[in-house]
Design a protein around this ligand. Structure first.
Ligand code: GLU
Length: 374
């Protein structure tokens, strides 16, 4: 099997769980038995050394019962209140399941702004990277309680894809009650043809297939799933849409269940580097000495010690160019410190950063993952 349609080959996997899978519609309770099998599947991925991030819906579906809200459509403030009480229960349910496998859960609530505002994006990315490196399993949902209608994702399909892009995941697993993409609505239509594989990009024909298919319980449908696929492919991540209703939903995918796989043409790393090199306008420059030049050319990160001057004004997370003393551009990247702070620590040793700035952040001024050589 190609590594691109094989979960066991992915290093960093984002798993999106739809409300309809997690919450029993009849009584609004978490489907514990099902969740236990998902937990076992996640533990099996972790045991292989794969990193896992869960993006879960269901806060509103669980919370509304506890607040005795009606079964109809909720007003925005009601669903925000429902999310606040539901999220606690949701996190608790995941925690109980993962702890039996000695896994630590870490809750992260994200807003649209966190994925669009550069500084917040970098902050969220760093936190998630740190959690993964410490062996935790992040549990992410939209911060529904504070996100207003205009500034929310509203569906976790796209949120999960943004998270996958944010952490350079190589695979996004979207579990819902649909087993993938069909050329037309398969409900009551035996002639509908299942599409097992989409390569590279979404053609207008593929997008047309999504139609206006809506999920019965969650907010997403095939339309938001394809929007997620677009984001994932653009970030170099693969994606699979699978039916997660049955127990052991991840094992089932590995055993070859009916799914739609989306295969990217680029890797997460090259997609990210393309984005850094091509789409961002640099706000300033870092001038480096010969030693740093050599280090960068051999694939190392840029440390404050090798920088001789700072030009321009920029914030942490902004794009900058790296230049030689004669002004030749040698790289582009995202800088880890503001221009103001960077000026204070250039030429200094990494061990001195904390005493100069009064806080400790990254050792590198520009990390090699955030840099593209010209
Ligand atoms: N964030 C919402 C919740 O947890 C769900 C959004 C979705 O269904 O995609 O209830």
């Amino acid at each position: 099997m190609s590594a691109l349609v094989d979960l066991s080959k992915s290093k960093r996997i984002v798993i999106k769980i739809g409300s309809a899978l997690l919450v029993d519609k009849a009584n609004g309770h978490v489907r514990h038995q099902w969740l236990e099998t998902l937990g076992a599947d996640i533990a099996a991925l972790r045991a292989r050394g794969q990193e896992v991030i869960i993006v879960s819906s269901g806060a509103i579906a669980v919370g509304r019962r506890h607040l005795n809200l009606s079964s109809g459509k909720l007003r925005l403030e009601e669903s925000q209140a429902a999310a606040a009480t539901g999220m606690v229960r949701l996190a608790h349910a995941y925690q109980e399941v993962l702890v039996t496998h000695d896994l630590t859960l870490a809750q992260v609530l994200i807003t649209l702004d966190d994925s669009e505002n550069r500084r917040r994006y970098i902050n969220a990315r760093n936190t998630l990277q740190t959690l993964l490196s410490l062996g935790a399993v992040p549990l992410i949902n939209e911060n529904d309680t504070v996100a207003t209608d205009e500034i929310r994702f509203g569906d976790n399909d796209r949120l999960a894809a943004r998270v996958a892009a944010m952490v350079s995941a190589d695979m996004l697993v979207v579990l819902s009650h649909m087993d993938g993409l069909y050329d037309r609505d398969p409900t009551g239509n035996d002639n509908a043809i299942h599409i097992p594989l989409v390569k590279g990009e979404l053609t207008p024909e593929i997008e047309a297939m999504a139609g206006a298919l809506k999920s019965a319980d969650g907010t997403g449908g095939m339309v938001t799933k394809l929007a997620a696929a677009k984001i994932a492919l653009g970030a170099g991540a693969g994606m699979v849409i699978a039916n997660g209703t049955e127990e052991h939903p991840i094992q089932r995918i590995e055993a070859g269940s009916l799914c739609t796989w989306f295969v990217p043409t680029a890797s997460p790393k090259s997609a990210r580097k393309l984005w850094i090199a091509g789409s961002l306008k640099p706000n300033g420059s870092l001038i480096v000495d010969e030693g740093a030049l050599g280090a960068l050319q051999s694939g190392k990160s840029l440390l404050p010690a090798g920088i001789t001057a700072i030009k321009g004004e920029f914030d942490r997370g902004d794009a900058i160019t790296v230049c030689t003393a004669s002004g030749a551009e040698i790289a582009r990247g995202l800088v880890a410190y503001s221009a103001e702070d960077a000026r204070k620590i250039i030429g200094k040793k990494t061990s001195e950063i904390e005493s100069i700035l009064g806080y400790r952040r990254r050792d590198e001024m520009v990390h090699r993952d955030d840099m593209v050589l010209s």
